[in-house]
Write a protein that binds this ligand. Structure first.
Ligand code: PAF
Length: 277
């Protein structure tokens, strides 16, 4: 495995590859990331993983400074996984001048995460577009855990005619259902015990809808109340249409149940897909 930190050597190294599959990450890798790398490896002759904690997608009060940076462990895991290249640029390499050019985002970026974290998707799309331009992958793999991010990236690729195929990797979960996330590392033992409740309650909504319940606002409200009673501070619990992330219409059969909530200082997000017959 090669570790490359600059753009020119990366481009030179990739120039003669028949096909390149790319997994962008912010590091602190876990089994969820490694499952994305395995998908990448099946789709191209060369797999590239980037590790870059992207300041642009964090608001000033968010956790940019304390975001876990575990680069030597990350490289060891990627080596064991058989990744071909790790691209680890520093901030000066990716943002040598203030990043003035940014994208005007589609409505799918305004709701849910976009509403709770203004500027987040602008930061994500900026860095992902830059990384796509640098790596020029044939395929890029994103986790379904960040479901709205996946939809926003899909729109960007479609509407800007980027020559890359986006592949979604399923969310990897711990035994109690907690979706793997680098931010789980912030949880103490008691919070970690509680953390599985987010997935548990979102799944309850999915199961109720699958059993015929159609009062979505009521289901959302009941789960938000249950989580609040357990000590969570809920940003949203929402049943939405999978593609647009708009509220569900009677004719929609592809649904996603999404939630974001705080356990003390840690914000967790999760989602479950449901396709109605
Ligand atoms: O999902 C993430 O880890 C980040 O948002 C991404 C896609 C690597 C962009 O910084």
């Amino acid at each position: 495995m090669e570790i490359i930190t600059d753009i020119a050597p990366l481009r030179a190294r990739l120039r003669h590859e028949a096909s390149v599959a790319f997994v962008p990450t912010m590091g602190n890798l876990h089994a969820g990331h490694l499952s994305l790398v395995r998908i990448a490896q099946k789709h191209a002759s060369c797999s590239v993983v980037s590790i870059f904690v992207n300041r642009l997608q964090f608001a000033p009060h968010e956790d940019f400074d304390r975001y876990p940076r575990t680069w030597s462990d990350d490289c060891r895991l990627l080596e064991e996984q058989g990744a071909d290249i790790v691209f680890m640029p520093d901030e000066k390499t990716l943002y040598p001048v203030p990043q003035e050019f940014q994208l005007l985002l589609p409505p799918v970026a305004d709701t849910l995460e976009g509403a709770c974290r203004p500027g987040f998707f602008r930061g994500v799309t900026t860095v992902v577009l830059k990384l796509f331009n640098i790596v020029q992958p044939h395929v890029a793999v994103f986790g379904e855990k960040d479901y709205q991010q996946l939809q926003v990236v899909h729109r960007m690729v479609d509407q800007l005619n980027l020559p890359v195929e986006i592949i979604a990797g399923e969310t990897v979960r711990d035994e109690d259902g907690l979706a793997l996330s680098s931010r789980n590392n912030y949880l103490d033992a008691t919070q970690r015990q509680e953390a599985g409740e987010l997935a548990h309650h979102l799944k309850q909504i999915r199961d109720s809808i699958a059993s015929g319940e159609r009062d979505f606002p009521l289901l959302e409200q009941l789960v938000a109340e249950k989580l609040s009673k357990r000590g969570w501070v809920v940003d949203y619990v929402a049943v939405r249409q999978q593609h647009t992330l708009l509220p569900v219409a009677a004719s929609d059969s592809s649904l996603v149940i999404l939630g974001a909530a705080w356990l003390n200082q840690t914000r967790l997000i999760d989602n479950f897909l449901l396709t109605l017959p």
